[in-house]
Design a protein around this ligand. Structure first.
Ligand SMILES: [Zn+2]
Length: 217
């Protein structure tokens, strides 16, 4: 999820211009969008990510920062477009006003929380509320991504519980308990069902609208 970007660890390049430095910024930014945290792998790779001018280069007093590495970050094309030249106020670390806190100083996890069931992001403070609205951090794709992560976590927890129960039943069955053997078989069936349901999320069937019509008719 959200992370502070450790600019102090990076060595700024001495040649080229900002567009040349996207691969470096990708590594520094954990290969995910600074604002919405969607990863390269979930969003079509580096081509769909932009070099983000934190202090917008379109604002005259920041135009000299166009190729200043300390002003550059890695953001998805959607967040970067929503942000554009938005700069409501100079930042501070109080998080009590509409502004973009310095991502190398402030961990954006302090700005946003995610509901553990719905996957909706909420601002934890005035700065977080402003940014989540401005950058549309509850757009459909982001909610799906978060719900998928929540489902994976729950799935892993459930599988671990079932494995522990199987161990107990296995020991009982070994000592001759016939009920334990039946329960063990039931548990194996349940495990198969849980796995099948979980992996349905990756299915593309039905693949097109004609197949959908056939299934629903
Ligand atoms: Zn984004």
């Amino acid at each position: 999820m959200w992370k502070r970007i450790p600019k102090e660890k990076s060595i700024p390049p001495t040649i080229g211009k900002y567009s040349d430095w996207k691969p470096l910024l990708a590594v520094e930014g954990y290969h995910q969008c600074l604002y919405c945290t969607i990863s390269e792998s979930s969003f079509g790779g580096i081509r769909n990510f932009h070099v983000e001018h934190y202090r917008p280069k379109g604002i005259p007093r920041f135009s000299h920062l166009e190729n200043d590495y300390s002003n550059l970050y890695y953001a998805c094309a959607i967040c970067n477009t929503f942000k554009s030249d938005d700069w409501p106020d100079d930042p501070d670390e109080m998080l009590t006003k509409a502004c973009y806190p310095d991502p190398s100083k402030v961990d954006y996890a302090l700005l946003f929380g995610v509901d553990g069931i719905t996957g909706l992001a909420t601002g934890k403070n005035l700065t977080g509320i402003y940014l989540s609205n401005k950058l549309y951090l509850n757009r459909a794709q982001l909610i799906i991504e978060r719900r998928s992560r929540i489902a994976k976590k729950r799935y892993e927890e459930l599988i671990n519980i079932i494995i522990e129960q199987k161990k107990v039943l296995f020991n009982l069955a070994k000592s001759g308990n016939k009920n334990a053997l039946i329960l063990l078989e039931n548990l194996d069936q349940k495990l198969s069902q849980v796995e099948a349901i979980f992996h349905l999320k990756d299915s593309t069937n039905p693949y097109n609208s004609n197949q959908t019509k056939k299934l629903t008719s």
